[in-house]
Ligand binder design. Sequence first.
Ligand code: FE
Length: 247
Amino acid sequence: MKKLEFIYENGPHKWAAISRDPEKPNYLIDTNEYLVINGNEAILTDPGGMEIFSAVFSAISAEFDPYRISRLFASHQDPDIISALALWLDFNPDLKCYLSWLWATFVPHFGGKEDTFIPIPDEGMSIPLGNLTLEAVPAHYLHSSGNFNLYDAKAKILFSGDVGAAMLPPGEDSLFVENFDRHIRHAQGFHRRWMGSNSAKLNWCERVSRLDIDMLCPQHGAIYRGEDVKRFIDWFSELEVGSGIKD
Ligand code: FE
């Protein structure tokens, strides 16, 4: 069963993780969804696949009124990111979905009308949430060719999509990274294979190094906190990517 866990709370401004599901069948990759709340509004990042919609929806509904979710954010186009779109729109047809302009004519195959989508230009954009402003931060080619992270400067949290993702074995699947050196072994193969561009990777490392980040929250695996955020950026900048095939 998935459950909503609050990881940041400051008055009406909160972040919650809907973290990995120990009961999920093994043929589905496990995912984290995140809910950013500011007063009466909320945005759900990478809502997930249609197979896990009911688990995500009931985890949210146990703690929070899902009618207060006004926007969805899709870091990229993959099925584990946004194939639940039609089910979310059945629940609330007025939901808006932010995603790269590059995918704005592809993702409607999962559902939605023209006015459902708010295309994000390559350079990123601000996303208002009540009196708060979130930023869509470019992360192109990591791994998708039109790809964004979501940054909350006030909470100092970067939702990083597939960047920082790890495939964790049973017993090493806590919500937060507890031992960076042990954890990162489970991220290495994924980043080598799924991240296709060393120059895009270095751009991203430089861009996010300028941000003040307390937590880096990937869509698969565990959350990096404090010093582990810098450790991850340093590790990633040195990793040769686009090299996951042996021959
Ligand atoms: Fe993906």
